[in-house]
Ligand binder design. Structure first.
Ligand code: ATP
Ligand code: MG
Length: 256
């Protein structure tokens, strides 16, 4: 790739969010670069979904979110719980992600693109099934297919693997990383699985009570001391046989 072809960059400058009197995000400064997967981790209620919604432009916030090199409508956001159960088939749902590009008649190329995304996610066999008649994990994969088929420049996924079995979770994260690199996407994934974050993320940002506690390479963020501080959990951090970082949570520490 030519120099300068890369260079998409998302910046958060002092982003804060209040829900009434409660400060849910407090002065977040963070950068995400094109071609890299940024994992957003942190305990329940630490502000991950709030941050993704603020970046997606769906949440009023203080501070600034800026994206160089892409138009704002190129954002693909998959919420944590998208309660949608519309009477649509799987294929129609994926096509909806391309609605800006489509008129009333769906060109063959669009059908092929949607079908290809279903195939890459391993759910091609579901194409004609109704959304409301799928399992929770199947539905989660359909919404991921919808977001990816729209070819966003900024990809925001809120716990995209929370309902998936280990095989589907691994292949989904591998696909997201592959697309991120191939298309130079800025990708942020909120995720609870620290092992998945260690394996698939280029960088990890750790939120705790609305503040950014750590940000950097998986190895620098996922230390035993930081995990104890953020989660109140004793964990062993070691090298897996293939050299990847592995985290074995052992026990919840008594509250301080
Ligand atoms: N619409 C809302 N109104 C008021 N408070 C909210 C609202 N949404 C979230 N909060 C609060 O803001 C804080 C951050 O919530 P958020 O959903 O961003 O956390 P999270 O890190 O995504 O948690 P989880 O891991 O459970 O998904 C929590 O204390 C939550 O109770
Ligand atoms: Mg959340």
């Amino acid at each position: 790739m030519l120099d300068g072809a890369r260079g998409m960059r998302l910046s958060l400058q002092d982003v804060s969010v209040r829900y009434g009197a409660r400060l849910a995000l407090d002065g977040i400064r963070l950068e995400a670069r094109g071609g890299e997967v940024l994992a957003l981790i942190g305990p329940n209620g630490s502000g991950k979904s709030t941050l993704l919604r603020a970046v997606a432009g769906l949440q009023r916030h203080g501070g600034r979110v800026t994206m160089d090199g892409a138009t704002p409508d190129a954002t693909g956001f998959m919420p944590q719980d998208n309660g949608a159960r519309a009477a649509l088939t799987v294929l129609e749902t994926v096509l909806l992600g391309r609605r800006r590009a489509l008129g009333w008649r769906v060109p063959q190329a669009e059908l092929a693109r949607a079908s290809d995304m279903l195939r890459r996610l391993g759910i091609a066999a579901l194409a004609d099934r109704l959304l409301g008649e799928l399992s929770g994990g199947q539905r989660q994969m359909v919404f991921l297919a919808q977001v990816l088929a729209a070819e966003p420049a900024l990809l925001l996924l809120d716990e995209p693997t929370s309902a998936l079995d280990i095989r589907h979770a691994l292949s989904l994260l591998a696909l997201v990383r592959e697309l991120t690199r191939a298309r130079d996407l800025v990708t942020i994934i909120a995720i609870h699985d620290l092992n998945a974050a260690a394996r698939f993320a280029d960088r990890i940002a750790l939120l705790c009570e609305g503040r950014l506690l750590a940000d950097g390479a998986p190895r620098s963020v996922l230390t035993e001391a930081t995990i104890a501080r953020a989660y109140g959990v004793e964990a062993h951090v070691h090298a897996a046989p293939d050299g990847h970082l592995a985290i074995s949570p052992c026990r919840a520490l008594a509250a301080a």
